[in-house]
Design a protein around this ligand. Structure first.
Ligand SMILES: C[S@@+](CC[C@H](N)C(=O)[O-])C[C@H]1O[C@@H](n2cnc3c(N)ncnc32)[C@H](O)[C@@H]1O
Length: 449
């Protein structure tokens, strides 16, 4: 039977009682229900051979044993069969009947009253039975340590405490359920959240790509959906490289990079992220390899990053490590690119191993990759068409993508005073659209925006 058909069918027979509809306070006892199930009696010693022959017709329901003791005969077992396939003993097919004959089992069926309770229903079945008919049911959440992080819709809000409780009951290891109460639009990108069920304690511990992070989820940013992206950037690094993480959070780029023997400079403006970043560096035994800062990203780039670049770009080329700058603040990072314009003006001009930037952004454009590139170009004042790549990180919402644009900062951007005299293979500055018209991305204060 196709999976979709099976699930519609299961919804009828195996759905909770109809009178739970509209329940806002969870009453587990209201989920009791008796379902008549056809059963076949067999001697216990033939059961395992019999089960192989009855694969097609045996009851398949997670959490329910298909073979139970026979209350009237301790030497026998009852095999539960699919009530939709097995109406009478005539429903057996020939090979099944031959197996019964061979094992000396009477094909006659009897009925067993299977009692289903709250424990036997899946979270989706419980919520579908409780919430208004025909409306969207959520059983999905992001898991952050012991916390289930939900993003409930308006029609689900009257049921929020029940939904939270069901998530805690049905997911081993989850002891707290929270609902996002606002979009992440504050500076530190942490959520406003309401605890729906369980512990108020938001101090949690997660594992990502074999590293451990501890933090207070109510005070810092953490998104389990970024684990692949954190791993992808780490893969690009070689031992000895230098990573500048401008918006480091609690360390998911910085710590794996340091463990790969890179030198890391990690920064976050949120004092709480800074505190947990330090803690996580110690926890993962990389505190000697990560220098941690608590500054605005613009000041970090113009201060410690600039100093380090001056030092490292002056070294001889041989064996020189690659320099990477990660900027994961997708709502704003592109604006911060303006800091690179003339950042090294007045310094001896280097064209070798200039820093590679991985800058994140969101796009709602029909061509998100082109949109990301053009926005970066506008801020930097150079063409990146042939010298950048754009990676699609994830779909954030319908028609909203998160992307990462990667490019090497052109000499013409870093050293603008000398760029005009350069005869090299760097990308040319963007042409002004009309004479005298400024670039749309003339230098601006990133932190003012
Ligand atoms: C989207 S989170 C990314 C955190 C981390 N890199 C990750 O991948 O999980 C952005 C981080 O930037 C920090 N932040 C926001 N504005 C900032 C600024 N102006 N300067 C430095 N950090 C900032 C926030 O506190 C937050 O931790």
């Amino acid at each position: 039977m196709p999976e979709a058909e099976a699930s519609v069918r299961d919804r009828e027979l195996f759905s909770p009682p109809s009178d739970v509809r509209g329940m806002t306070k969870l009453d587990r006892t209201a989920f009791k229900k008796t379902v008549p199930i056809p059963v076949l009696k067999a001697r216990k010693e033939v059961v395992s051979r019999l089960m192989r022959a009855l694969r097609r017709v045996a009851l398949q329901r997670p959490g329910i044993k298909r073979v139970i003791e026979d209350p009237k005969d301790e030497d026998s077992r009852l095999i539960m069969l699919d009530p939709y396939r097995m109406l009478t003993s005539d429903s057996f097919e020939k090979p099944e009947l031959s197996a019964l004959k061979e094992l000396d089992v009477n094909p006659q069926l009897s009925q067993y009253n299977l009692e289903l309770t709250y424990e036997n229903f899946k979270s989706e079945e419980i919520l579908r039975a409780v919430l208004p008919e025909g409306q969207d049911v959520t059983s999905g959440f992001s898991r952050v340590g012991h916390i289930a992080h939900l993003n409930l819709r308006d029609h689900q809000l009257p049921f929020k405490h029940l939904i939270g409780q069901v998530m805690v009951d049905k997911n081993p290891g989850i002891t707290s359920a929270v609902n996002k109460t606002s979009n992440i639009d504050n500076t530190y990108r942490n959520f406003q959240m309401e605890v729906l069920c369980g512990e108020e304690n938001m101090l949690t511990k997660v594992r990502e790509n074999n590293y451990t992070y501890e933090f207070d989820f109510s005070k810092v940013y953490w998104n389990p959906r970024l684990s692949t992206e954190h791993g992808r950037i780490t893969e690009l690094l070689n031992p000895g490289d230098v990573l500048f993480d401008v918006f480091a959070g609690v360390g998911p780029f910085a710590i794996p990079a340091a463990r790969k023997n890179c030198t890391v400079f990690a920064n976050d403006l949120n004092p709480e992220s800074h505190r947990w970043l330090l803690h996580n560096c110690k926890l993962n035994k990389v505190d000697q390899k990560v220098k941690v800062f608590n500054m605005d990203g613009k000041d970090f780039l113009q201060g410690p990053v600039r100093e380090e670049l001056m030092l490292r770009l002056g070294l001889s080329t041989e064996g020189k490590p690659s320099l990477h700058i990660v900027m994961n603040l997708p709502a704003k990072a592109i604006e911060f690119l303006s800091v690179f314009r003339s950042l090294l003006d007045g310094q001896p001009c280097s064209t070798e191993r200039l820093p590679i930037v991985h800058c994140y952004c969101f796009s709602k454009d029909s061509d998100p990759a082109k949109d990301a590139r053009q926005r970066a170009e506008a801020v930097l004042g150079v063409c990146l068409e042939a010298s950048s790549s754009v990676h699609l990180v994830r779909n954030v919402a319908p028609n909203k993508e998160m992307l990462c644009i990667t490019f090497q900062i052109p000499t013409a951007t870093l050293y603008r005073d000398q760029a005009l005299g350069l005869q090299n293979d760097q990308e040319p500055p963007l042409k002004r659209q009309k004479t005298g018209e400024p670039f749309s991305g003339e230098p601006q204060s990133a932190s003012d925006s």
